[in-house]
Design a protein around this ligand. Sequence first.
Ligand code: PHE
Length: 454
Amino acid sequence: MSDSERSQFKSKLGFVLAAAGSAVGVGNIWGFPSKAADNGGGAFLLVYLILIFLLGYPMLLAEMAIGRYGQSHPIGTLSKVTPSKIGKTAAFFIGGAAIVTVTGIYSFYSIVSGWFVAFTTSPIFSAIGCDTTAAWISSQKVMPNVLFTLIFAGMTLFVVIQGVEHGIEKWSRRLMPMMFAFMIILTIFMIFQDGAMVGLKRYLVPDFSKVFNWNLIISALGQTAFSLSLGSGAMMVYGSYLNRNENLPRLAMQVTLLDTGVAFLAGLLIVPAMYVAQNLGVEILDNGKLVESGKLVFDVLPTLFSKLGILQYPVGIIFFALMTVAALTSSISMMETPAAFLSEHFGINRRLSAIISTSIATFLSLIIVLNFEKLFGTVITLSTEYAQPLVSLAVTIYAGWLWKRNKALNEVCAGNEQLANSLLMKIWPWYIRFVCPLLVIVIIVKSIYDKING
Ligand code: PHE
């Protein structure tokens, strides 16, 4: 496919919403608030903000810029960066690792997302009096898990199959505003419930004794990479659909701000909600720590909703619909990555490549569903704690060391030529070369060291 025929986002807003859609997901609404509440509240927020802007943003910019430069799937894109043979071999492995990683992430993400669909559907059945069906749907047993994982895969495929402009861009423009609206309605509702203020305090008041805690920093780093979809090829692929007239540093900043803003807002919803639940007699602490996040979303919150009388139906449905929408805009970016590879590398048409990649990933999801105890946690750890940071580290090293400086700068500044002389652009190449890799390496090494030493 020549560059001119390649699909593109048709508008700036479409790109920002699609990329923010990829970034905003389960990580923001469920992961971030519970990590913050457990790790010193405002202190976690502070460390997270520092990491997002010092590390996340420059790396996101690098991934998007490399994608726009290469105009291809991750392997093709990376191999265009350098003519050297070693560079091309490295591109094959790093790009391939990104595709495998994103497929791994999808395989567990779609199961969790299936639960969101199930928990959105279940209150509808109980509202019309079908309590047995409602209970079956939200039982998280094997059969409903299989069913709802397949339904969610169908939703993802439905969007990806329609391509960049008519699928991803169009649906991101519809779904993202809906998600913001749901979130604001629920947050306002929750903050006015009894008990919410205790949660708000726990979330916002910093406990600085925890700031220099390595676990907190590692947890915030993992959250940064996962939340900005780094090291998965997704942002590279989205970048490759972006026009060279667009101001990339600004768009990447908007995506970062939206992602961080939603994570912050989600904290204002989820942490107070836990304390509202506690106020109503639901157990939310386990040995002084908050219950683990899975229990929180699928146990504590539904119990809280069930105590809201008639309001339980709209509140429950809106909450889980919010989660479903957030998850869907992320999962389409996940499946777009292998689909782009299949269609551009093997010349398969978009329809078929979307079907093949979603089917393979869904097959993996079903294997996990059927061996849940053994595989679910392991796949999450492997794909998000190891693969994602390592791949994003590799991409950053690749961008910093193999991409010729002037070419990289030209790409980043295309669409805003004055930027080329700015201080930011004088620092950026060095920053990507030395600072980002070093920071990531230090944190990963420390994390491995801690694991080995218990
Ligand atoms: N950023 C998404 C979230 O926060 C997850 C994601 C990871 C999406 C990797 C795409 C690729 O939930």
